[in-house]
Design a protein around this ligand. Sequence first.
Ligand SMILES: Nc1ncnc2c1ncn2[C@@H]1O[C@H](COP(=O)(O)OP(=O)(O)OP(=O)(O)O)[C@@H](O)[C@H]1O
Length: 235
Amino acid sequence: MTTNTYTTRGLRKIYGEGPAAVHALRGVDLEIPEGEIVLLLGPSGSGKSTLLNIIGGLDRATEGTVLFRDRDLSAMTDRELTRYRRDHVGFVFQFYNLMPSLTAHENVELVTEIADSPMDPDEALALVGLADRADHFPAQLSGGEQQRVAIARAVAKQPDVLFCDEPTGALDSATGRSVLNVLKDVNEQLGSTVLIVTHAAAQAAMADRVIRFSDGAVHEVTVNADKLTPEEISW
Ligand SMILES: Nc1ncnc2c1ncn2[C@@H]1O[C@H](COP(=O)(O)OP(=O)(O)OP(=O)(O)O)[C@@H](O)[C@H]1O
């Protein structure tokens, strides 16, 4: 039986109050099965990052529930939510957020020092194809390589879920494809559920499931019977 990594019910998020209130999520019901690559697509402002932040435990919904497996994130204390993030979730952002004064190895090590059962930083860097660049500083690496270090850092704690907000947004499509390949490897080799927010609709072909957002609600969910590899797509 397939279990869900996430199940949301009636999820609403309102930023601000009164006439200035923004309804970012307007009642989202979703299932995200364990071990899938899931793409979130939708126009700017449709609520994708808001959803990612809530199920990633960075923010709270105004109303509704989010289950991580059988645990209700909406009922957790701040301390429990921090622990959930630390133990289960890895984040990759558009602009890498690496520490410029630390080498690739040291950037990854920052995370492995506080994780429960981390990978060796060298193993994480090997997984993203950067074993030979471990002693390089971010400024000595290309954008795609920096993003791969950011992915190594996120996966080094062996997260159950990897959240990627526009991971290829700052990259040309060839470099972006190599980053998507790394995400696919992480999904296959670690079994992590991978959630990717993107504007690049063509990337949908490499996902198991595509969730299209519109105006704070799920507009359409499609399941790909046949996936393409990142090499087979362009955007
Ligand atoms: N902290 C905030 N305070 C007020 N409004 C916010 C805040 N964060 C997001 N919003 C608003 O909520 C709505 C949804 O934003 P969100 O960032 O989730 O959309 P998105 O689909 O991720 O957009 P993009 O593709 O441009 O990143 C937008 O109208 C946005 O302006």
